[in-house]
Write a protein that binds this ligand. Structure first.
Ligand code: 0L1
Ligand code: MG
Length: 262
C-alpha cells in the first residue's frame, strides 16, 4: 500500500488530537488494513514533526513490546519504538492528573543514556554497553489512544507506541556496575506487590533493546545520536491504574521510583 502524504498528515493529526484531548479512537488499520510498518512509522514521525513545530523538544526514545510478557499481553510478535517529548517527563513522586490520560498503565523499565553515536543494523550488546554513560531506573506510563488497548503492531507504531509520560529515579549506575540481565524489580500498587521481574525479560538484556532501536532507525537512515536517553521497555507486564492509585517500583540496588494518580 502507498499512503499519500495527505493521508499520513491526516492520520497523524487524528492520533495526536486523541492524545492531546485524551479520547479513544478505533485502530487506524480498521480503515487502512494494508498499511505497512514503514507507513505507520511515517505517521509517527509526522506526529513528532508537529510537536517540534509547536516548540516541543524531543528528549529521548523508547522501545515498546520488548518482553515476551508484553508481546503476549498485547497479542503482537515484534517490538515497536517511539519518541519522548519534553512534556512527557515527570518528577519522581509526582502526582499525575489522570484526566489528562485515557486509560493509563505503568511499566517498570531501565533507561540508558548514550555517550557515542550508535548506528547500523548489527549493533551488539557489548557495543551498546561501551557507548553507555549511565543507566537509570524508570517508570513508563503508557496510554494507547486505541479503544480498549486493542491494536496491531502497525497501528501501535503509528500511535508513537502508546508513549505518554515517564519518570526517572534519582540513582544512576555505570553500565559496568551491574549485570543488567539479572537486575531485579518489584512493583507495588497501593502497597501490594503486583509485578516483579528481571532485566532479562527485555530481549534477554536491556542493552539488546537499544541495539534493536539502532537497527530499526537504520531502516530510515536514522541513528541514535550520542547523548540519547532510551527507555528499553517494560521488565514487567503493564499494570492498569486508576485515580487514587500509588505506584512504587523498587529496583535492586538502585532505590525506588514512585507516582500517584490524582
Ligand atoms: O512501552 C510499551 O511496551 C508499550 C508499547 C505499546 C503497546 C502498548 O500500549 O502496550
Ligand atoms: Mg514501555
Amino acid at each position: 500500500m502507498t499512503l499519500a502524504k495527505a493521508d499520513i498528515e491526516k492520520l497523524a493529526e487524528h492520533l495526536e488530537k486523541a492524545e492531546l484531548e485524551a479520547y479513544e479512537v478505533t485502530k487506524i488499520t480498521d480503515d487502512y488494513p494494508d498499511m505497512t510498518m514503514s507507513e505507520a512509522t511515517d505517521i509517527q514521525w509526522e506526529i513528532r514533526r508537529r510537536k517540534e513545530e509547536r516548540g516541543h523538544k524531543i528528549v529521548g526514545m523508547k522501545m515498546g513490546l520488548t518482553s515476551w510478557a508484553k508481546m503476549k499481553q498485547m497479542g503482537v510478535e515484534k517490538p515497536c519504538y517511539g519518541f519522548l517529548a519534553d512534556y512527557f517527563s515527570l518528577a519522581d513522586g509526582a502526582e499525575v492528573p489522570i484526566d489528562e490520560l485515557i486509560h493509563p498503565k505503568v511499566e517498570a523499565e531501565v533507561a540508558f543514556v548514550t555517550n557515542r553515536d550508535l548506528s547500523g543494523p548489527k549493533v551488539t550488546v557489548d557495543e551498546v554497553l561501551s557507548a553507555t554513560e549511565l543507566v537509570v531506573p524508570a517508570i513508563e506510563i503508557i496510554d494507547s489512544r486505541y479503544k480498549d488497548f486493542k491494536f496491531d503492531l502497525v497501528s501501535v507504531q503509528a500511535d508513537n507506541s502508546s508513549s505518554t509520560r515517564y519518570v526517572v529515579g534519582s540513582r544512576a549506575a555505570k553500565p559496568e556496575d551491574f549485570d543488567w540481565s539479572t537486575i531485579g524489580v518489584v512493583m507495588q500498587k497501593n502497597g501490594k506487590v503486583v509485578e516483579l521481574g528481571a532485566g532479562a525479560s527485555v530481549l534477554d538484556h536491556p542493552a539488546a533493546s537499544v541495539a534493536m532501536l539502532a537497527s530499526m532507525l537504520h531502516e530510515r537512515n536514522e541513528i541514535i545520536p550520542a547523548g540519547t536517553f532510551v527507555m528499553t521497555g517494560g521488565i514487567t507486564a503493564a499494570v492498569l491504574v486508576e485515580r487514587g492509585d500509588s505506584i512504587i517500583v523498587r529496583y535492586q540496588d538502585l532505590g525506588a521510583v514512585s507516582l500517584r494518580f490524582v
